[in-house]
Design a protein around this ligand. Sequence first.
Ligand SMILES: NC(=O)c1ccc[n+]([C@@H]2O[C@H](COP(=O)([O-])OP(=O)(O)OC[C@H]3O[C@@H](n4cnc5c(N)ncnc54)[C@H](OP(=O)(O)O)[C@@H]3O)[C@@H](O)[C@H]2O)c1
Length: 259
Amino acid sequence: MAKHLALITGASQGIGKDLAECAAKNGADVILVARSKEKLLDLAKDLTQKYKVSAHVIPSDLSHVDAAEALYAATQRAGLKPDIVINNAGFGALGPFHQDDLQRLDEMIRLNCLTLMKITRLYSPRMVEEKWGRILNVASTAAFQPCPNFAVYGATKAFVLSLSEAVNAELSGSGVKVCTLCPGPTETGFHSVAGTSEVSLMKLGLMKSEAVARIGYAGMMRGKSVIVPGFLNLISSILSQILPRSWIIMTSKFLMTRT
Ligand SMILES: NC(=O)c1ccc[n+]([C@@H]2O[C@H](COP(=O)([O-])OP(=O)(O)OC[C@H]3O[C@@H](n4cnc5c(N)ncnc54)[C@H](OP(=O)(O)O)[C@@H]3O)[C@@H](O)[C@H]2O)c1
């Protein structure tokens, strides 16, 4: 099989950066996408030197309504045809819903849902034609239950999980797998952006971003539908699906409250 080409969004730091490293370590050429051009250029240089792969940089604000179409057009123009697409860029914002900033919520839904859906839609047809492809959509353990104080973020991740599982089922037998990575709390810049550094959930501990990325990348290459890294996260995701909804929502509210 020809060399893989992996497109990774949100590759400038955190889980996305580590996923890009996993891809390059496994011999794939990479397309790195995020807003921070300098960070992407540094990473591209590093991956090229360490793993002898090609690394392309496409700076983009993926919260713009037509960002996915622009990204797709840029890769088409450059003759870049990824057979691995990782939709990782995303952010959250802690707060009671009735006080949330409407513009920020709009941006969150466009980045976490709209752009992810469009990227999945735009890049999957060629994968189906080629009879092989992998799409890894990054959701969260927040996808498994409503998240009071993190309501819109939780809802965006439930969207990601639902969309990805449905499309994965549609594509069964095609050679293309749409996988969902559901990390729990992970040590990245996410929490300073989201304002979640001091919620009770953090007391249960954070996983290292490298471990989340390694497990996610390996699960995606195996074609696993839903990947929940870490034992505690796996147990909590199972409990969320079998315990009474009212208990789960109460627990979730407690965990997402500042200590
Ligand atoms: N950390 C956690 O505890 C945790 C848990 C569950 C799920 N997740 C999910 O994991 C994914 C990665 O998050 P992380 O923890 O690695 O957070 P992070 O360290 O804050 O990284 C977020 C990445 O997304 C990019 N990004 C943010 N806004 C963007 C925009 N408008 N356009 C393009 N790129 C954008 C950022 O790059 P630029 O700033 O350069 O654009 C950065 O590369 C997210 O989808 C998040 O929801 C995280």
